[in-house]
Design a protein around this ligand. Structure first.
Ligand SMILES: Cc1cc2nc3c(=O)[nH]c(=O)nc-3n(C[C@H](O)[C@H](O)[C@H](O)COP(=O)(O)OP(=O)(O)OC[C@H]3O[C@@H](n4cnc5c(N)ncnc54)[C@H](O)[C@@H]3O)c2cc1C
Length: 511
């Protein structure tokens, strides 16, 4: 992979395509294009996945709840995408049962819920575990923390979850793109784009040096997520779509036993909300409220709403309170609507979660609106097809999808066993995040035993792994390391991070 100076130097020649935005949609676009030998730059204004793509529920799913809005086509296609990710990322994406408790605000009873999950299972081509139906007494056998008062049974169906966080999943595509010679730049904001015959003149602000950089690209690909429409307006690209924005908040709290399931409940408004496992913590979410802009923050109202929903549905030793919140996630869903839609009358909650990839042939531009992490592979393919349609000739056909070697070698576990009693789990996680480079990290344990130390008890992140990430994964500041390449800032409080001596020493290595 090119380093930053080499990448910047390579911008003197005209590039085939520039991708603006390094969330999931930009990351798959650059991975797919570079795999075809197309000369492509990814420009991300801040860190990769530092906007919407770090705030999701980490679910890879077919969207069972969209069946209620009769979005059969969307669910059919999301289920196919989920199955593809499950098959191609067996270590990173795992099937998990969703245990949905039918309560007083459920829009349907458990029999109808079971029929719906059976239909969903068929939409998923029977690739997941089949659905089950439970009475109240069945619920208490599954999980003793579910409050039974006013529940009316439960159903279980299966979907999938990202074990290592959305932002890390996005970064894997950036790594793939870099290994295929794409030029990837974080902290590189496109501030001006002017069309010219067969291409674009671009100006970027390099936020690390403070310099303005100009370069040329034949095709402009707008993957700016919630900012996609703002950019098309700024660059005067006519589009047939608008973006509307809905805010979603998750709270991370101490571990709640979910028995390796996602617990699903209906909130006061009859919307599904989830209690999800995340390493040794639990995530509660999400909200879904209209927002005017992407600059949203968590309010006390959001916190109290989510805590109240969890307390209503769970029978913990004591109620959860604000002081239990370890970390928060807050983002906006960029939802796509046709330009002709009357935005005043839009029903926000039932708005489609589909994506649209819009081509403007006259201006050599492609804009990606909306979408989900789950559908990312399709976005990569669709963008590539359109770039080729615009006359850019592919020169290669390399693979950009899937884990290169899903089987975890016993040899890795054997090496790690010299340092750790739970070498199997450490090996699984190192392999999941780094593939064959896990051996290099394991070897660093021999060079200096400090490298083998776990940063926090209960979490399988070692000093050696974090050193490797700092050195090789575009880490510019502590948030890049702790919030995105790893989820440490979600799993431990600010005070715990500040008091951790290993971590404080490691942060000094970030230049
Ligand atoms: C609360 C919530 C829960 C969700 N849960 C799920 C889920 O469980 N499963 C699922 O599949 N999907 C889920 N989603 C949807 C999914 O997260 C989003 O659809 C997806 O992350 C959007 O990715 P993106 O690349 O379009 O946008 P983003 O991730 O926002 O990326 C856009 C990037 O463009 C950059 N940018 C903007 N302007 C410029 C510029 N001028 N120059 C350079 N860069 C620029 C931004 O900095 C940003 O990083 C959820 C979303 C939310 C908010």
């Amino acid at each position: 992979m090119l380093n930053r100076d080499q990448t910047l130097a390579a911008l003197v020649e005209e590039i085939d395509a520039v991708v603006i935005g390094g969330g999931i949609n930009g990351a798959v676009a650059v991975a797919a294009l570079s795999a075809r030998g197309i000369n492509v730059v990814l420009a991300e204004a801040n860190d990769f996945a530092s906007m919407t793509s770090q705030e999701s529920s980490n679910m890879i799913w077919g969207g069972i709840k969209y069946l209620q809005d009769y979005e059969f086509r969307l669910v059919w296609s999301l289920c196919r995408s989920r199955n593809e990710l499950l098959a191609k990322y067996p270590n990173r994406v795992k099937q998990i049962p969703f245990f949905a408790v039918i309560g007083p605000t459920s829009p349907f009873n458990r029999v109808l819920g079971f029929l719906g999950s059976t239909l969903y299972w068929f939409f998923g081509r029977l690739k997941t575990q089949g659905p089950k139906i439970f009475s109240n007494s069945g619920i208490s056998k599954i999980n003793r923390f579910i409050r039974l008062a006013s529940t009316k049974g439960a159903i279980q169906y299966s979907d999938a979850i990202l074990l290592d966080n959305d932002a890390r999943f996005v970064y894997e595509f950036i790594k793939t793109a870099g290994s295929h010679n794409a030029k990837v730049l974080n902290y590189f904001e496109i501030i001006k784009a002017t069309p010219r015959t067969n291409g674009w003149d671009l100006t970027a602000l390099d936020k690390i040096s403070g310099a303005e950089v100009t370069f040329k690209a034949k095709v402009l690909i707008n993957a700016a997520g919630p900012y996609a429409k703002i950019l098309t307006d700024q660059f005067e690209i006519p589009t047939g779509h608008e973006i509307v924005i809905s805010k979603g908040v998750h709270l991370i709290v101490p571990h709640i036993e979910t028995n390796n399931k996602v617990l699903a409940f209906f909130d006061d408004a009859g919307r599904l909300f989830y209690v999800l496992p995340m390493h040794d913590r639990t995530v509660i979410g999400t909200t879904d409220t209209p927002a005017q802009s992407a600059g949203v923050t968590v309010t006390d109202e959001d916190r109290d709403f989510l805590l109240a929903q969890a307390n209503r549905c769970l029978n913990l030793d004591r109620d959860l309170v604000r002081a239990d919140i370890i970390a928060e996630r807050c983002g906006v869903r960029p939802l796509v609507v046709n330009k002709s839609a009357n935005l005043e009358k839009v029903d926000w909650v039932s708005l489609s979660r589909k994506h649209e990839v819009e081509l403007n042939k006259e201006l050599n531009s492609i804009s990606i609106f909306g979408g989900k992490l789950t559908d990312c592979i399709n976005v990569g393919h669709e963008v590539t097809e359109l770039v080729i349609k615009l006359g850019i000739q592919p020169t290669k056909n390399l693979n950009w999808v899937g884990e290169s070697d899903p089987d975890i070698p016993n040899e890795l576990i054997t090496q790690l066993a010299n340092f750790h009693s739970d070498a199997a789990e450490l090996g699984i996680q190192l392999w999941r995040r780094h593939g064959a480079t896990a051996f290099q990290i394991a070897r660093s344990f021999n060079d200096d035993p400090l490298n083998s130390k776990l940063i926090f008890e209960g979490l399988y992140f070692t000093v050696g792994e974090l050193k490797h990430i700092i050195k090789t994964e575009h880490v510019v500041n502590s948030d890049d390391l702790l919030r995105r390449r790893t989820p440490l800032a979600l799993l431990r409080s600010e005070a715990e991070l500040a008091q951790n001596l290993h971590l404080q020493e490691l942060l000094k290595l970030i230049k």
